[in-house]
Unconditional design. Structure first.
Length: 199
């Protein structure tokens, strides 16, 4: 049993243990902060409402929208971000800044993963004033023709392998997901009192 045989077996085991890598899926990352993004004119002076366009990946830009202490993040083309969907959580939440993981196949981004801050039932019950959300949820969003929309969610605190769960969800579901037709999936364990869109 020579060295070439041992190396071939080792490579085979590595490929079997990394199906996402075998499928040609990779990741790249970008950061955003609403303080340095371009605020859309119609949102200025609108109280707790606002919209921003931030740098994304390639020609895809990141649009942030906030209304009633809830946010939406869309991935759009153009400088105004037309066609953005307002998808959010039932409870108050925020994602004014963060790091986006872009899932790529053949160099083309087909999904994103972004960590949101979301209020739990305990946060709401104990709040006596402005309260920071204690829940953390990874939101998986599809990209491409048909627009961007949520594919699914992973509770980042309840699941030790939350990032891997989110990548699996993106790789398995995003490319065939139909916005407005398919229902997003919640994968893994859930923190009690943390509500997800759709129940």
């Amino acid at each position: 049993m020579g060295l070439p045989f041992v190396l071939a077996v080792a490579v085979g085991i590595l490929l079997q243990s990394d199906p996402a890598g075998a499928a040609g899926h990779t990741s790249t990352y970008t950061d955003f902060d609403s303080k340095t993004c371009r605020e859309l004119p119609q949102s200025k002076g609108a109280g707790d409402e606002g919209s921003w366009i931030c740098r994304g990946h390639g020609r895809t830009k990141v649009r942030l929208d906030v209304a009633d202490q809830r946010m939406a993040v869309s991935f759009v083309g153009g400088d105004k971000g037309e066609g953005a969907r307002f998808e959010t959580f039932p409870a108050f939440n925020d994602v004014y800044s963060g790091r986006i993981e872009w899932r790529l196949k053949g160099g083309t981004a087909f999904a994103t993963i972004l960590r949101w801050n979301v209020m739990t039932a305990k946060d709401i019950e104990e709040a006596t004033g402005p309260t920071k959300p204690s829940g953390r949820v990874l939101v998986v969003t599809r990209l491409g023709p048909g627009g961007s929309c949520h594919v699914g969610y992973v509770d980042a605190l309840a699941n030790p392998d939350a990032n891997e769960f989110a990548r699996q969800l993106a790789d398995e579901k995003a490319q065939g997901f139909e916005c407005g037709v398919d229902r997003p999936e919640v994968r893994g364990r859930r923190t009690p009192g943390l509500a997800f869109p759709g129940g």
